[in-house]
Design a binder for this molecule. Sequence first.
Ligand SMILES: C[S@@+](CC[C@H](N)C(=O)[O-])C[C@H]1O[C@@H](n2cnc3c(N)ncnc32)[C@H](O)[C@@H]1O
Length: 252
Amino acid sequence: MQETTDGLQEKTESPAQDNALGERKKESYRIFDDIAGTYDPLNRFLSMGIDVYWRHRMKKELPKKEGLKLLDLATGTADVPLILIKNPHVTKIRGLDMSKNMIAIGREKIKERNLQEKITLDIGDGCNLPEKDNSWDVTTVSFGIRNFPDCFKGLQEMYRVLKPGGQIMVMEFSLPSNFLIKAIYLFYFRKVLPFIGNLFSGHGDAYSYLNQTVEDFPYGRQFLDLMDKANFKKTRAIPLTFGIATLYIGEK
Ligand SMILES: C[S@@+](CC[C@H](N)C(=O)[O-])C[C@H]1O[C@@H](n2cnc3c(N)ncnc32)[C@H](O)[C@@H]1O
């Protein structure tokens, strides 16, 4: 683990682990197909509800412009669209995900709230977006980009489909900088979360996989560097809840 000049941390990774995990990421959506039915309740329980607060933070950071059209990648069961649509500036949200079962649950939630006119969900790969260049005001991805087989390609795609001046928002897990909090967090992530998650989702190792993707993923300065490399300007990171998660923001 290395400390960077601005206090954000980065880490080095094992190439052998990268390859095995990289292979698995190519079809990670299949894991989400398997656990879709228990995803929402387990998410709320395992995050102790904090994820709802994080999504509201995303809503607060949206640009203050009228008529925003927003594209949410790896939208899952539509938790991000259902919160961001409450921002009065947002008029339309399209969510894309590779998991048909996650999307099916998301569509039900949208229908229950009678928001079908404003939020639509479709199958779509975050690394190969079925969208025109320069077509969206905001692109978002929450707890999804670390599952992409090529996260840099995902960032480049988000850049391509954003209008000039548009805003990217990426929310992802990160590691806290405080030694004690990090130790507690890693214990929870390595032991408690996989045990409860695998047990209640009925999936052999879905939550062990999730834990590996978190520890393996670049965060802080390292992730901002990727955003800069993908051409985003004014990039910044907002650590959430002791740095357990981070919201990254940039502009095209
Ligand atoms: C942890 S869930 C996050 C869902 C949602 N964004 C949230 O905040 O609850 C990760 C999602 O990424 C999706 N996913 C994985 N690989 C993908 C890809 N290449 N393109 C689009 N979605 C993908 C999975 O199907 C899953 O729904």
